[in-house]
Design a protein around this ligand. Sequence first.
Ligand code: NAP
Ligand code: MG
Length: 488
Amino acid sequence: MANSNPEIKYTQIFINNEFVNAVSGKTFPTINPSAGKKIVDVAEGDKADVDLAVKAAKAAFDRKAPWRQMDATARAKLIYKLIGLMERDLHYLANLESLDNGKPFNNAVYDVYGSIAALRYSAEWADKITGDTVPSDGPHLTYTRKEPVGVVGQIIPWNYPMLMLAWKWGPALATGCTVVMKPAEQTPLTALYLCSLVKEAGFPAGVVNVVPGYGPTAGHAISVHPDVRKVAFTGSVEIGKIIMAEAAGTLKKVSLELGGKSPLVICDDADVEEAAKIAYAGVFENMGQCCIAATRTFVQEGIYDAFVKKATELAKTRKVGCPFAQDTQHGPQVDETQFKKILGYIEKGKKEGAKLETGGVQEGKEGYFIQPTVFSNVTDEMTIAKEEIFGPVQSIIKFKTLDEVIERANATNFGLAAGIVTKSLNNALVFSNAVEAGSVWVNTYLAVAVQAPFGGYKQSGIGREMGKEGIELYLETKTVSIRLPTKV
Ligand code: NAP
Ligand code: MG
């Protein structure tokens, strides 16, 4: 059940199955965004701690170490054990996530289920990862082996702390890699509690290591470490570019899941009420802190006014408040920086001539709550139509023809997701083939599934997480050729 005061059990760095202080002894506060007040101090990892974590992960990846000697089914069983413990502690984990991140408790419960689904999907791959036998020229038996990449560095954001962790731990552990993860500075608590479950599940020491701390220090140390073979990152385009550049020094494999400015196209033939509900969910989910948020709502001219009216009504119904209250749909933004940044974008929207239909201001006086905000009369050149706001701001833009809106939808460096609401199969097919995005949703939105690859075109990322492609990200392919006897 919802509990706004869950006991905080773990605040230290997790290396080699032990919780330890930072080498420097430093700590940093993690904040409750509903109140703007400190929850607890957490050990602040830095290069020295990352070095220790990588050393542990490297030792755990040694060819003679238990993790490498284990059957693939045994790896899967350990992941299932972890899942069982997460189910046992479901409400505790959800409360901890709500407290640290601000998302409503009910959404946090959903995130725990989503994390479990991601881990289960990955675990089921463990003993189904196979190579090929290859009909090579010459008297050789040639086959390929799929082997784990090795020590992987994983750097995650604060919007879905547990879910992003599970999306990264799942394939890494299923394939037999070892992990050094840095959670976001805003939301370290669930990752640390999950470490205690990793130990309880019986994973060998060093397989999972978590170093809370800041990006430019701990995150940087992971990106440049010579013994880290791959870095997997989710976050902003800006930091994605830095990580890619830094990983170049040691030629790490890099996978990046970055931001978006995703178009949702509503055609004239759509049911206005249905379309408005899809758009509402697509943009306000998780207080708009969603990489796939439908932040450019393109509406065809014939239904534009009716759509704006409906969208505004819906936004006004959204229940903003304490994340632990049963009927809350919308909590605070994650921190003061994001809060101010979003209010800044709203001011720009007004100044550049968009029409504020509802919201636009802080809700209440405490914490980082922002009212669900709807702008109409938005044009493509406005800042709110171009930059990732990462907040509860809907921008409704008018279009005339499908051809025209495809060009406009694609006129961005982002390419994470897109959607279309239409009754016409032709519209749906033309749009979904032409739009430059890693995920396209027709008559729905946010339909992310652990079985399906997820990631971005253009500057929204490199590589795909989840699905079969997500497993491939953590594998090397080795070709083995064995000379065959020539006499038969
Ligand atoms: P961010 O800076 O990209 O942070 C993501 C992660 O990268 C955090 O763990 C961060 O550490 C770490 N990091 C920062 N600098 C680093 C560096 N030089 N080397 C290695 N790691 C580094 O994102 P943010 O500042 O939290 O949010 C800013 C914007 O990013 C948002 O407004 C939004 O537009 C976008 N964003 C996108 C997603 C997504 O899912 N695609 C998620 C979150 C944010 P710290 O904890 O110290 O920041
Ligand atoms: Mg926090």
